[in-house]
Design a binder for this molecule. Sequence first.
Ligand code: C2E
Ligand code: CA
Ligand code: CA
Length: 780
Amino acid sequence: MAAVTLTSQLLIRRHVETTAQNELVSSVAVYSKIWEQRARALSAHASVLGHDFGSRSAIASGDAETIRSALDNLAGRVNMPQAYFVSTEGHVLGNSRQQIDPRLAKMVVWAAEQQSEQIDQFEQIDVIGGRPFRLIASPVMAPVLLGYIVFAVPIDAAELDQIRRLAPIALQATLLHRAPDGRWTADRGPESDEQLARLVALSGAARDRVRTVTGPDGPELAIVEPLNGNLREAKAALLLTYPWSAALVGYRELQLGVTLSSIFALLLALLGGVRLSSAITQPIVELERAAHNLESGMASSIEVTAPDEIGRLAESLNRIGRLAFHDNLTGLANRTFVNEQLQAALEASIRLETQTAMLCLDLDRFKLVNDKLGHQVGDALLKRVGKILRDSVSDGTVARLGGDEFAIVLPNCTPERARLLGQALIDTLAVPMKINDYQVATGTSVGVAFGPKDAHDAAALMRAADLALYSAKRSGRGVVRFFEPGLDSVAQQRHQIETELRDALQSGQFLLAFQPVLNIEKGEVRTQEALLRWQHPTKGNIAPDEFIPIAESNGLIVAMGEWVLREACREAAAWPGNFGVAVNVSPLQFRNSGFLNAIFQALSQSGLSPDRLEIELTESIFLDGEAAILAQLHRLREAGVRIALDDFGTGYSSLSYLRSFPFDRVKIDKVFIHSLQDDESTRAVVRSIIDLAHALHMDVTAEGVETAEQLDLLKSFGCDNIQGFLIGIPQSVGNTSVVANAEFTPLQVGSVVAGTPTLLTQPPRLADRQGLGSRTASKL
Ligand code: C2E
Ligand code: CA
Ligand code: CA
């Protein structure tokens, strides 16, 4: 733009200069022409006078009066105030209108003298008393030369004005004259001698004679025309000048226009540049921000505006973002993303003084579905559940945290709403779903925590909801549980148990207690169940329900289980006769390849006959795939070890497992026994379990028998054995050894009177302790 502006300004100047130069040159030419014509006209007038008879005779006779009147006449006619007659002798006569200046007279005489007979006109310019004059001489012949007519034309303001008027541009005309010492001076401003001299000396092509000089009002274009008349060397010269400022006046608007349009174009270019660069850089800045967010684990997406490289880059970044923040299978948010959402919602809740609800859910029996029906069905189930959750939440975030765990974040939520939503989800998921031709029954439990009420940051709130879920599952599944501060301490306790458990085995804090199993028909105890006890040095006795799941979760159950086996076999080996021992075995132990060896080792080390050992398993053993498990069970049975199905009725698909393996014994879970008296349907279930077991040639034990009424009912159903406080509570080794050492008869059962175990021939004092009357005892 600067170059364009400069170039156009230069072009304008150039044009102005050329125009001015042309004007100056042509003005000079025109003036010269006029000058010449005037000189010719004057000499023509002079020659008329010279040829006039009257005048000639007056000149010849020296009639001064007549000559003067003739000169007057001439001067009047040509409008030339100063006309002279110079006689050949050098006498000067002027017209009457003026006094003859002696210096002028001298000049006039001189000019006349210069006039030769060969030319009819002489012209020359001289300066007299500082005033320039043009002297034009013309001879008067009658027929011999009598003298000369000389016009002295002052070159004054009027004369110069005429030139100015002739030119179409605002020229200034100035006369230069040369002093006797040769210096040129101007009538106006302070031009230096050399400047003027140089100008005067300029010749060549007409335009080249125009130069820029410094005038009184700044730079101007100037041309000089020497006025030398017939003389070789000029004494005066005409200086024509044209100030640049005046030359440019007509172009000011154009210049301004060019400058303004340049500035405008520049601004436009700048604006365009800024917009263009921001159009390029803005998406890059956005890309950078999104990449940065991704890096720091924050979700963000970029709007893809154009299908160019940046657009494609944005698209791939969005794709990466989706992968990073969403679960591939369900399309729900993943843990990272929900964590971020939760944190944001929580911060808003703290600011707005509302509550954000965090719901945690996991599916019941999901592992079973996966194992039994395959991963495809498992995946389809997760997708279906994901859709159900998404459809039921309109203003929150639904996420899959991993496996069968889901979470819902509800900003600004009341406890009532969270409870209703949780219950609605439980109800929906309790209905079996048809997936890939299978009827899949699942279910869920819901844990809820509120922030900032229960926790101030996302991680803590998630943990609180998780604790609530854990508590929901512990309290029997299919319920909504809200977080309570106590849950936290339960979790902490669990954590502590986990660390102390490792120590407990080494430092001998474990003990075995034995609980008798009574054969109803024979009225004798033939077997005792070994139950693990942890005698914690500070916390006292810790129940197996509390520490066994922990030992299962950290793998310690394998070592613990081996210890139980060894210990139980060692103890039982000391018991009289073929008194058996039942040992509980966790599915995790079974999964361990060395488990069968551990059993055989325990048997051989203790010398216990394998048929005196009974292994108690729960249905969950089959969740890991039946084939391998069944093979191991068969090997055990072949070796003579008896196998019992424990806690029957609480597990997964119940009766079908009964057919999958020829168990020696089925143990009906105590929950059935406890509701025997109050619930007709339970009675029906228990009775059919017993019938089915018998049909399959299995022996049945009812667990948790506490009352004589329960015993009566079980007896009437044909139940084979009972176990429970009615018969005896689990007793430590020492007490059992009393039983073992005693003479054991079919009617004797182990007493559980605390501290002083005795053998009872008559219905147990245990019954008294359990609040049972002698009636019960006598029935035994
Ligand atoms: P389980 O195998 O069903 O054991 C019977 C549980 O019922 C025992 O609880 C016992 O004390 C309790 N019980 C017995 N009679 C009655 C009664 O009349 N009423 C009531 N309410 N309860 C009665 P315990 O000893 O607390 O053991 C709990 C569970 O821990 C056991 O249930 C078993 O699953 C597990 N367990 C115990 N010892 C071991 C072990 O050495 N290894 C493994 N893997 N699990 C064990
Ligand atoms: Ca058991
Ligand atoms: Ca049991």
